[in-house]
Write a protein that binds this ligand. Sequence first.
Ligand SMILES: *Cc1c(COP(=O)(O)O)cnc(C)c1O
Length: 411
Amino acid sequence: MFYRGTFAVVDLQAIDHNVRSIRTCLDAPVRLMAVVKANAYGHGAVEVARTVLAAGANDLGVASLEEALQLRAAHIQAPILVLGQVSPQAALVAARSRIAVTLGEDWSALDVPTFTPPLDVHLKVDTGMTRLGLLTVEDTVRAARWLTRRSDIQWRGFYTHLACADRPDPSHAEHQMARFHELLTALRADGLHPPLVHAANSAGTLRDKRWHHDMVRVGISLYGYPPADDFPLPVALEPALHLYGFATRVAEVSTGQSVGYGATFVAQQTTRVATVPVGYADGYPRLLSNRATAESGGARVPVIGRICMDQLTVDVSAQPGFQSGDCVTLYGRFPPEQWTQAALEAVPEAARTDWLARTFAAGKSARAVLSVAELARLSETISYEILCGLAPRVERVIVPTTFDSTDGPSL
Ligand SMILES: *Cc1c(COP(=O)(O)O)cnc(C)c1O
């Protein structure tokens, strides 16, 4: 609806760029599974799925059958794998929509229905994450034998998940990969040959080609972020999600006056306080109270006082020209002029106050990026949580990949 003056930009051009960059790290036959779980890490599952497939991804990964069905309902035809646990009854639904499921337990003793059409299955082994998957050689071989005996099941893949591929010390990941090979060797010795072998998440993919096997499963890096703060990226990535709020009021506050719940901020001098309609219910963590900075007109503005459910306050004293209706970037890049058209088309006429045009026009040369990684550090979490925490109530302006621009929204 956009009446509130709060919106996010999902830059599909950045995601397209990131897929192509990640592709350059892969040998040609390696499949790229784009992980679009949790509404594509907050970016919008359907739009992102279409974008990544057009940019060269082969498969999609999701957390649940619900998420997979949402993609099928949007007529997305690519192979989809549910990475989480699925019951035999739920697998019946998956088979009908040609959705592959993860088998991380032994089904041979369960009452498993007959699948029509046949169910696609990826066998999952636990090599050190201790979360999901078969643990022993015996269980793995038994589960694989059972699969291959069933004419209503298609064995598609064999995989594991790395717990520490983003850490500078590779020993945990090496240990997991050694165990993975041990299990794979046991299967092969038994004449059991999984078609697709895969293990690498973003960290494993960008770190070591030996971990790629037949397919990589990339999530966070599609969205422009490294898997960890100190992770060296071999290719340039562009953040795709940007969050903005338009000041609803600017107040001049005198020395000694407090700001917000709990009066945790007290003005030490005359302070200009702007109210921004973004709060923790939008996914901006309350832990950032009195810690983070936002951005306006190319300069940092400190977040002061407690972050409320729906609003927060920033100190704009250093920006004498700042007025009510001006844009504050909570994260991402100050909106460049090239996005004006996409933004204007997305916003219904009745909600088109002048802030929109004014903001985008003002963004002409602004290139500064306020990284989600920085906010994650300040709020004691990881980029993943901030991205996928963006609330559904926040309006999203989508910048399409076909959007025509001369100088392109590169960072
Ligand atoms: C989420 C997930 C991924 C993607 O991880 P990133 O670190 O975001 O690249 C890959 N594999 C599995 C099994 C996952 O659950």
